[in-house]
Write a protein that binds this ligand. Structure first.
Ligand SMILES: [Zn+2]
Length: 117
């Protein structure tokens, strides 16, 4: 994965994060430092710090997504992004574009949902 791709997915992930925060109603219009951007100091927070800092309650679903997003961002930094955590194969770009925080390839995800492990 080259720099350009990393940047692309990082943007996707940050957008997704921002969408969740906005849904929660804690990011009001005009607070962002850049247009459409989320304040860097919030973007840099992990899920726990973010919750503690603002005293908010995320739903289990949102919490899971945010955790996966943070994991994915970490993986981009460690050059492990886009690799299935279960079989270590590459996750298809078409899947990552729809689900940038996917942790498993489609095959493993399906097996996981079936209760395969
Ligand atoms: Zn897999």
């Amino acid at each position: 994965m080259d720099k350009k791709e990393k940047k692309y997915y990082l943007e996707l992930l940050n957008k997704e994060k921002e969408r969740i925060y906005k849904n929660l109603g804690y990011l009001k219009e005009g607070i962002g430092s850049a247009e459409g951007g989320i304040p860097t100091h919030i973007a840099d927070y992990g899920t726990d710090e973010f919750e503690k800092g603002l005293g908010i309650n995320l739903s289990d679903e949102e919490r899971k997504i945010l955790e996966n997003i943070n994991l994915a961002i970490e993986k981009i930094e460690k050059n492990r992004y886009g690799i299935c955590e279960r079989c270590n194969k590459k996750i298809g770009a078409s899947r990552l574009k729809v689900l940038p925080y996917a942790r498993y390839c489609i095959k493993c995800q399906k097996e996981k949902e079936k209760g395969g492990y």
